[in-house]
Design a protein around this ligand. Structure first.
Ligand code: PLP
Length: 440
């Protein structure tokens, strides 16, 4: 329905709801970044969404550049997706038994990503990443894992870890409740640092089960793994018998129809990761994620092999209907090209507005994912990202929010576009940015 619905009169303000929420929910939120701690101020309580917009409890409309942190690539309430979800819900919410739709979704993912022969569906990116690591350890019979500073792969205990004091030393927990013993096998290295990964394999090569990476790191805003870096990791994994895991929870089916790995395959002939992790877009906004690999590696999973993994709601019939309908829409010819053009137009416009205001600024994007930095050059790793002028970012964030543009409320988060954004939405966003940057 393209007609705007009249907004109901506000019953409670955002501030009242936040106050009330903090009584019954720790910090008032069910996932910490929603609390606006990084930027200050009151989180918006969302009442509904449609197309490119979300509305808060006070009836204020925002152009949405979060899209539920990535899943809503078509915008909200896409008619074909809504139809599929409603039809599936009428047939039942959950069976705890296999369905044809799970097979269809697995087949759709396999059809789009050449490195994959089998898929296991789960309910969150955290679960998928945790299971992928268990699979890698089970398949190799090794314990040690390598991750990179600034990459987030969900909140499994072994991944809540920061770099140790020196090169090739193992990490320290970043959360209370994670014993040091649980992260003793996790090595945390600098993103895009070829020498460090070479040294790590030299020191521990025969014990390394896997290297896990966000190929475009959306959890430090938007930082690409360089082609030489990815190529060298692939070589080292092959030489030492370790598995290379691409965490495409954010990038999967969003930066390209074949996901980020299809972009690296263009630059590195024959490139594939060994295990891929997906979430967000494949569920279209429903709780759904997956990990996937070759048949040979996936045969290690229960009930066939010794690596245990399970889930009451895994492959849920309503979630798979939502995911399938979403994948069908984004598989239409030219989808990612059109989305990429919108995103680039937004980024080019932001950069021009910053230049005009004399504000040091850099931008990057791929498909429906983007990043911008209040610094003259794009950063290459977490340390560099964290040199961003936080106060300036926060002023920009709030200025945009006041003008009806909803960006991620933290400087280390990526932004997301959707196919529902119109030229008028992009123009309105850029006009707001021009205004805010002129005052920054
Ligand atoms: N991996 C990446 C790259 C992510 O961005 C996220 C979440 O943002 C996760 C894993 C965890 O996914 P979830 O929040 O669904 O557990």
């Amino acid at each position: 329905n393209p007609l705007p619905r009249p907004e109901a009169a506000a019953v409670s303000t955002n501030a009242q709801l936040f106050e009330r929420a903090q009584q019954s929910i720790p910090g008032g939120v069910n996932s910490p970044v929603r609390a606006f701690r990084a930027v200050g101020g009151t989180p918006r309580f969302i009442t509904r969404a449609e197309g490119a917009y979300i509305w808060d409890a006070e009836g204020q409309r925002y152009i949405d550049y979060i899209g539920s942190w990535g899943p809503m690539i078509l915008g909200h309430g896409h008619p074909a997706v809504l139809e599929a979800v409603l039809a599936a819900a009428r047939d039942g919410f959950s069976f705890g038994a296999p369905t044809e739709r799970e097979v269809e979704l697995a087949e759709a993912i396999i059809g789009l990503v050449p490195s994959i022969e089998q898929v296991r569906l789960v309910s969150s990116g955290t679960e998928a990443g945790m299971s992928a690591i268990r699979l890698a350890r089970g398949a190799t019979g090794r314990s040690k894992i390598i991750k990179f500073e600034g990459c987030y792969h969900g909140h499994a205990d072994a991944l809540l870890v920061k770099a140790g004091s020196g090169l090739a030393t193992f990490g320290h927990p970043t959360s209370a409740g994670v014993p040091a013993e649980v992260v003793q096998h996790t090595l945390v290295l600098e993103y895009n640092n070829v020498e460090q990964i070479e040294a790590a394999f030299q020191a521990h090569g025969k014990d390394i089960a896997c290297v896990m990476i966000e190929p475009i790191a959306g959890n430090m805003n938007f930082v690409r793994a360089s082609v030489p870096f990815v190529k060298r990791i692939r070589e080292l994994c092959d030489q030492h018998g370790a598995l290379f895991i691409f965490d495409e929870v954010m990038t999967g089916f969003r930066v390209a129809l074949g996901s980020a790995q299809s972009l690296y395959a263009k630059a590195i002939p024959g490139f594939t990761p060994d295990i891929s992790v997906f979430g967000k877009v494949i569920g279209g906004g429903m709780p759904l994620a997956a990990f996937a690999s070759s048949r040979r590696i996936m045969q290690n999973l229960a009930p066939l092999g010794p690596v245990y993994q399970a889930g009451t709601l895994s492959g849920n019939p309503v979630a798979t209907a939502c995911g399938l309908a979403t994948l069908k829409e984004i598989s239409k010819p030219g989808f990612h090209e059109a989305l990429g053009a919108k995103t680039r137009r937004l980024m080019t416009g932001l950069k021009a507005a910053a230049d005009a205001a004399g504000v040091p600024f850099s931008v990057d994007s791929e498909g429906g994912m983007f990043g911008f930095f209040f610094m003259p050059e794009l950063p290459q790793n977490y340390q560099q990202v964290m040199t961003t002028d936080q106060a300036r970012f926060n002023r920009f964030f709030h200025g945009m929010l006041e003008r009806g543009v909803y960006l991620a409320p933290a400087l280390y988060e990526a932004g997301f576009t959707s196919a529902a954004l119109s030229d008028a939405d992009l123009d309105a966003t850029l006009a707001a940015a021009k205004d805010v940057l002129a005052q920054a």
